[in-house]
Design a protein around this ligand. Structure first.
Ligand SMILES: [Zn+2]
Length: 49
């Protein structure tokens, strides 16, 4: 399931409470993140591929 970074609107691979494909720990600012059904928009390695 993709996870959305609310302040930027960017959608990353991963899930809330885990680490995104590009290596961001979503548990550090858990209120910034929400599970999403949208397409991944992050273009960093690990999310895009
Ligand atoms: Zn990402």
């Amino acid at each position: 399931m993709p996870v959305k970074h609310n302040p930027t609107g960017e959608v990353h691979k991963g899930q809330k409470g885990g680490t995104t494909g590009c290596g961001v720990n979503t548990s550090l600012h858990s209120d910034h993140w929400s599970n999403s059904s949208g397409a991944i928009t992050c273009d960093k390695n690990g999310c895009k591929n």
